[in-house]
Design a protein around this ligand. Sequence first.
Ligand code: AMP
Length: 595
Amino acid sequence: MSTFQDLGLNEDLLQAITDLGFTKPSEVQEKAIPLLLESEGDLVALAQTGTGKTAAFGFPMLEKIDVDSRTTQGLILSPTRELCLQITHEMKLYGKYCKGLNVVAVYGGSSITDQAREIKRGAQIIVATPGRMKDMISRRLVDISKIQYSVLDEADEMLNMGFKEDITDILSHTPEDKSTWLFSATMPKEVAAIAKNFMYNPKEITVGRKNESTTNVSHEYYLVNARDRYQALKRLADANPDIFSVVFCRTKRDTQKVAEHLIEDGYNAGALHGDLSQNQRDLVMNAFRKKQIQMLVATDVAARGIDVDDVTHVINYQLPDEIETYTHRSGRTGRAGKTGVSMVIVSKSEVRKIKSIERIIKRQFEKKDIPDGMEICEVQLMSLANKIHNTEINHEIDRHLSSINALFEDTSKDELIKKFFSVEFTRFYNYYQKAKNLNVSDSSSDVDSGRDYRGSKNSTRYFINVGGKDGFDWMKLKDFLKEQLNLGRDDIFKVETKDSFSFFNTENELKEKVLAHFTDFKHDGRFVNVEVSENRGRAGRRDNKKGGKRTGRRREDRKETSGNRSDRRRSEGKSKPRRPNSGDIGSSRPRRSRR
Ligand code: AMP
């Protein structure tokens, strides 16, 4: 293992490295720095974020540029504003003893004239996002015709985000004989094509193997019914009281929703997605950096610039559409030499994707069980005990001690401890004492596959008097119900449409909400009727060409309850439908005090 001195860096850089507290080069630095210092030429480096790659290209670039000249000599392209700012920040730290150095960040969402002004003062290095850079070139606000070094950082991400044309356009304004250094976590064929078309005989280095995940991260999956996803997420958080995590969802809508529900349920959570303004995103990211947010719920695109080193867990609330994206997600933890856990919550229909991911990352997943309620209570109790044990005594309490002692005069130490812990523990205990087992075994009959239409005793099956004749297939009906009831995809399940009527399930807790919403409910001018069904499945057997009447249910479907629904609702004192509220994704947990 070499030292930074061995790599051939100059004194200014070595001093900055000492200040930063870097004791030894990371693998990518050890491989890239000597190569880039020794010779001019192109480089393809396969390295994940968090491996120290910014310094791997940053130190050689700083060593090679002429700080006495005001000409722009280095251009670093990165996929997101956050990453662009992070690289700029790091470059300034690395170059803090390089007198006269000016590194300028160029990115969208901020004043282009201010950025142009800064460049005009003489920026030897520009760090830019492709969109804004292209804009600046077309407005002649920047001159990159004398660039000697260009870096394409997170090239796979830039291409994923559709920047191929912008990159091509930007590079066409740079000299042919410059050196291009391409850094990418994965090597899809699009990145290989860039290397082929824009680089001349590049040297290659690989940290880990292509597309492979870092060894600092362990991978776990949890098999649950899709509708229990949110409950499973909460349990994973509760079972890891010091969690500092990024929770990935597939869509902006789910991201927002999951974050809102977590906040309602007392977690320190925040959402990060493209529908937020830049200002909102900055606020969330700042809170996350300061660890005021413990669970950052994010879309893949928004999470690209996350530059936080000590993320303990990545939770895949839903798996990404592109399996390769998993490498990026899990790379958000296990950074800068730390270890991390990447957890995946899957339903049975998604389990096969785990195998495909294993093939790509060349690592095995461990199948683990969602902890049961009592396990969580124990973890929480012990975490509290440890926290108390490690708490520094605040002697301001001393002057109140005599009154407190008087109050507990007759209380034994054991009793006092029990009372003390009960303050926090009872909330968890009450919440979890009747918590169901969320795990689905690999071999159990698949409740989600649609065979058990009646669902478990935790779910309610409904009849609804619309079906294929009304233009609904199961997906459209699920979307319709989801929208009407303001629920998530997983909250409506086992949707089965027939010609003139359909069935669907929800958790029992949602029963009131569903029935209330569809009281006196009209859609396209006709009454839509929802009732609890006794249908034990095989609705298809009852459905024939003539079908049920379009306005109601057939006799055999009506036997669920005593009396009709309006009678029942009246007896429950609920004559008016209530608007759905968004908190029904699951029962909320005991509120935890902010840490
Ligand atoms: P990067 O992969 O460039 O995003 O770097 C990840 C983090 O590791 C950054 O916070 C760097 O400051 C830090 N880092 C980079 N090189 C080293 C090193 N040799 N030793 C310790 N930390 C490092």
